[in-house]
Design a protein around this ligand. Structure first.
Ligand code: F0G
Length: 463
């Protein structure tokens, strides 16, 4: 198995390879690594319909898993080492309400609800893959830095399987209570660093190297192999048709990178005939990709690009002590670790990048809530970005668009209640302080005395 799957540097000039048994988070040249396959020596399915046979075998954990039922498209682990907790039972659903909000045809918007994963976010797709790799190589402890969802996911895999101990690094005061409560409840060793996500990321890399702890952040190429399955399930939900657009929030840029890789491989294997376009949406308060891509013209250029503007931008950020700051705490990231892979995905998928304001995020979130299963603020960036792209005429009214809703609505109740509250002080504290001026779609609770007549009157008045 190992010789058919291997690790390879993303830089075409370097192209160094490593065995899958090696634990690395970077090439010796410093670039990111991919998991690559010698497809000529692997049994590749003839069509994507091949995967339908697994639907009737849901009693087998690997067929039930929405990640591992596609494992022929990322065959790096022997079946007996694969760890699954039932991830990937997620839903692609049409949302006429969101379509109306963004101004496109009724059936044109589909929402991919990754919040339905066991830990409530898309992270379980990648965690299942990284955790399986960690298990393959015999790791006993696994670590991550997180804005909250990766840590919740890692903590859950450790709690359920008891295969490893979780060590998580979070920025102090930087993660929502929903996510923090998960890590604590699942029993993870939780290190709160006086700093933000980027500080935690730097430290966890150092610590995991020093103590030999397995790192599960998305610099780990095996994580992204699992996240490819989100796209396989989107295709499955469309009966193997390719949508016109995939719209995804961008934080550390693991998803966008994984999605691009998934489609590049599917084209290469002859399993799809055309690429979808990709839109990656930053929060304006954490807009590194937008700055670099739209303002400084940074491109992948077949891997030969001049990446100097990236270093310049980071130096400027440091010089002015500018740090990411957004209501969408999940994507409050300064230096996205997968930037280069994301640039590659944008090139392959004729991509676009946009930034959305805090106001746009909270309004879009309210519209997802009233028109579907709900999501957390970072996820709503995808819908807010779609609205912008429709207004600009880049996405047409009749194009089929899939927005990835990355995290569950209950991850961040503070923002949701802050939006719908009647308490001006609470609104100002949670949202007003971040530049949100109004809650146009607020559904305010009606306060009544504990009196039957008053309650009946209120219901008759408002319903
Ligand atoms: N949406 C949610 C809900 C997230 O938790 C994250 C990332 C993203 C979007 C961004 O995804 O990194 O693939 O671009 N959360 C990480 C964490 C950073 O630590 O939980 P990306």
């Amino acid at each position: 198995m190992t010789d058919r799957a291997f690790q390879r540097c993303v830089s075409p000039q370097c192209g160094a390879t490593y065995s899958v048994d090696e634990v690395r988070v970077a090439c010796k040249c410093g670039e990111l690594l991919d998991v690559a396959y010698d497809w000529d020596r692997l049994p590749v399915p003839k069509s994507l319909a091949h995967f339908e046979q697994y639907w009737s075998r849901r009693y087998e954990p690997l067929s039930l898993s929405g990640v591992w039922r596609f494992r022929e498209l990322f065959p790096f682990a022997p079946d007996e080492k694969i760890v699954t907790i039932g991830e990937g039972q997620t839903l692609l659903a049409s949302s006429p309400g969101v379509a109306a909000y963004v101004g496109i045809d009724r059936g044109s918007v589909l929402l991919q609800y990754e919040g339905m994963n066991p830990s409530g976010s898309f992270k379980d797709n990648g965690m299942s893959a990284a955790f399986s790799h960690a298990h393959m190589i015999g790791a006993e402890r696994a670590a991550c830095a997180s804005t909250g969802n990766t840590s919740a996911s890692l903590a859950l895999y450790c709690a359920v399987t008891k295969l490893m101990k979780a060590v998580i690094f979070i920025g102090s005061g930087k993660i929502s209570y929903g996510k923090l409560s998960q890590a604590l409840d699942y029993g993870a060793l939780t290190i709160q660093i006086a700093g933000d996500f980027d500080d935690a990321m730097t430290r966890v890399k150092q610590v995991s190297q020093e103590l030999g702890i397995y790192l599960v952040n998305s610099v780990n190429p095996f994580r992204l192999e699992g996240q490819k399955s989100i796209m396989y399930r989107v295709l499955e939900g469309l009966r193997w048709d390719v949508p016109d657009w995939i719209v995804v929030p961008g934080g550390n840029l693991g998803n966008s990178s994984a999605f691009g890789k998934a489609f590049i491989e599917l084209i290469q294997l002859g399993l799809i005939k055309r690429m979808p376009r990709l839109a990656v949406i930053n929060a304006a308060g954490a807009n590194t990709l937008h700055e670099l891509y739209n303002k400084r013209g940074v491109r992948w250029g077949g891997g030969k690009a001049n990446f100097a503007p990236i270093c310049d931008f980071y130096d400027e950020m440091d010089a002015h002590n500018r740090r990411a700051n957004t209501i969408a705490s999940a994507i409050e990231i300064n230096r996205p670790v997968n930037l280069n892979k994301c640039l590659r995905a944008l090139e392959a998928c004729d991509g676009v990048v946009r930034e959305v304001s805090e106001q746009e995020i909270v309004d879009a979130k309210a519209q997802v809530g009233v028109g579907g299963f709900g999501c957390e603020p970072a996820s709503a960036a995808s819908v807010a970005g779609l609205k912008q792209l429709v207004e600009e005429g880049i996405i047409g009214r009749d194009e089929r668009v899939v927005c990835i809703l990355t995290g569950h609505q209950l991850k961040d109740p503070t923002i949701t209640v802050g939006y719908h509250t009647t308490d001006q002080e609470q609104f100002n504290k949670v949202l007003g302080s971040r530049g949100v001026k109004r809650a146009a779609f607020a559904n305010r609770a009606v306060a009544v005395n504990n009196d039957l007549n008053e309650i009946i009157q209120a219901i008759q008045l408002y319903s």
